[in-house]
Design a protein around this ligand. Structure first.
Ligand code: B12
Ligand code: SF4
Length: 473
């Protein structure tokens, strides 16, 4: 029996937890693995402890109920991001005490980038799966279950593991790039998860681009799910879970234009667009009038675009492969079709100056998107930004290995010698204020102030004390 777990949330004060609590969703990796094991007739149990708000004890009871005290063949743990890694490794440490005979495997973006460090940190962890994990997990299952195909862990590409004899950490080569496994493009098995607030549904896996600040989980491979499989998932969630709103969670929606158009047309033909609305993330150079018009007819209500910067120089250096003209065109078409336009922006890009940030602000005010989400550059392991920060280049310097501090809302993971964190955060406030006030969006402005009332109050207090005592607190 394979057990797959999305570990419980521990830090209930974190931004991750608060965002998740507002909009709970089944973990995408678990839904795909469930689909895969179901299709292959391999016994499995998925436990999404975050979705179900389970404690460590609840997780143990679930496993024991199913296994009647027997040891599982393998336990797989998913780690969604760097910020959560130390909690997840801690969870593995506790789990191993209850299942000493069972190999424990972890997968996800952070461990794909730092497999050896991860194994070094957690002695209870046996294997790290690097990058896309479906075929790797099947090979691991074969090895631990029967050794029919795989007799030696050295023969499994895409893993790092600890040798049982002497504890040496071995990092095998990655799996070949170029193609996303058909196993990862299977029907996600929503049946194994309780109803949720929202659903992250994939029409494709991977992203063919390589932006400097983003960790590419498939090493730039890209593959699409068959249209009928996506339609089947949508129908299931609408009919059984009462889904009315969802997200197409592809890293970049619409990369394969023909596939996307076929899917959208099918959603219209099957009446799905009348039963559920959706949103997606995409690039400014992927959408145009033809696609956006079809997306709207198929039920799309919000398009989130990676604007990132208003400086051509910064966009080039980030290998974003877009430009201001394309940004203008994309935002205009989304707004012309009456859809909600959300733009993602980062402050603190490689080589970015204060003048570049001002250009981003000016552009944002001019574009006047409905929503913006502005983050401070975070060096996610495995990205170019991270490598520069490790090597102390381009003014970046990694200042902590405390992964709990890797959070785009705080930006405390590295120092940026070009622009201080204080300045970056103050630019972050300024862009919201300028967007709302210069565009006379007073209601949005009041909403922003209300949501951010605590940090704003703290800042006002420190300025007041500064004026009274001469010292800023
Ligand atoms: C959709 C998405 C989201 C969704 C939810 C995703 C989720 N898993 O919970 C939303 C919009 C909520 C989101 C939010 C955030 N995201 Co996001 N997101 C993505 C995106 C575009 C796709 C991820 C995904 O679900 N893919 C499909 C699933 C199936 O893939 P997967 O989870 O990676 O699993 C595969 C492998 O990792 C592996 N695997 C995973 N688990 C296991 C377990 C075992 C046992 C094995 C063997 C293998 C294995 O096999 C799986 C199948 O191939 C990626 C970019 C990308 N191209 O991957 C960024 C990405 C994962 N996100 C990222 C980040 C940083 C965030 C945020 C922290 C941003 C923020 N707000 O600051 C938040 C955190 C929210 C959270 N609690 O996770 C980073 C993570 C980098 C890092 N080192 O942490 C990525 C890589 C993008 C980037 N900027 O580089 N995200
Ligand atoms: S930022 Fe978007 S386009 Fe760039 S690599 Fe990441 S997912 Fe792909």
């Amino acid at each position: 029996m394979v057990i797959l777990i999305n570990p419980p949330f521990i830090d209930k004060k974190s931004t991750h937890y608060q965002l998740f609590e507002k909009n709970k969703y089944p973990n995408p990796a678990l839904t795909i693995f469930a689909g895969m094991f179901h299709n292959l007739n391999i016994p499995y149990l998925c436990i999404d402890a975050k979705l179900e708000a389970l404690t460590f004890q609840n997780v143990l009871s679930r496993i024991n109920e199913r296994l009647n005290g027997k040891q599982p063949t393998i336990i797989g743990v998913t780690n969604s991001n760097t910020t959560l890694i130390d909690y997840d490794l801690d969870f593995i440490g506790r789990l191993k005490r209850h299942y000493p005979e069972t190999p424990i495997v972890i997968g996800g973006p952070h461990v794909s980038a730092l497999p050896e460090e991860t194994l070094g940190k957690c002695k209870e962890l046996d294997v790290v799966c690097k990058f896309e994990g479906t075929e790797t997990l099947i090979e691991l299952y074969d090895f631990y279950n029967s050794r029919k195909e795989i007799q030696n862990l050295n023969d499994i590409r895409g893993i790092a593991f600890r040798e049982l004899k002497n504890g040496t950490i071995i990092n095998n080569p990655n799996r070949p790039k170029g193609k996303v496994s058909s196993l990862a493009l299977c029907r996600s098995r929503w049946e194994d998860f309780p109803k949720a607030d929202t659903y992250y549904i994939f029409t494709a896996i991977g992203c063919p681009y390589q932006c400097s600040y983003c960790f590419n989980m498939t090493q730039r491979s890209f593959g699409v799910k068959p249209v009928d499989v996506v339609i089947d998932e949508l129908n299931y969630l609408i009919n059984h879970n009462g889904m009315k709103y969802f997200t197409f969670a592809d890293a970049t929606f619409g990369v394969n234009r023909n596939h996307t158009k076929n899917l959208l047309q099918m959603m219209i033909d099957k009446g799905i667009s009348e039963k559920a609305n959706w949103e997606c993330f995409t690039r400014v150079d992927v959408i145009d009038e033809e696609l956006v018009s079809l997306m709207k007819k198929a039920g799309c209500r919000t398009i989130a675009l990676g604007l990132e910067s208003g400086s051509e120089k910064v966009l080039r250096r980030a290998h974003k492969n877009t430009n201001i003209e394309k940004i203008f065109r994309a935002v205009k078409v989304v707004k012309d079709y009456g859809m909600l336009c959300r733009c993602f922006i980062i402050f603190g890009h490689i080589g970015e100056t204060k003048e570049d940030i001002k250009k981003t602000m000016d552009l944002t005010v001019k574009l006047n998107p409905d929503e913006i989400a502005v983050g401070v550059m975070t060096p996610w392991p495995g990205t170019e930004v991270y490598e520069l920060a490790v090597k102390k280049e381009e003014g970046f310097e990694l200042i902590t290995n405390d992964y709990k501090k890797y959070d785009k809302y705080f930006g405390e993971a590295m120092v940026n010698r070009n622009i201080s964190l204080k300045e970056l955060n103050s630019f972050r406030n300024e862009i919201y204020l300028r967007l709302y006030l210069q565009n006379r969006r007073y209601r949005d402005f009041l909403k922003f102030v209300w949501i951010n009332r605590k940090p704003i109050f703290r800042k006002a207090k420190s300025l007041l004390l500064f004026n009274l005592s001469g010292k800023e607190i």
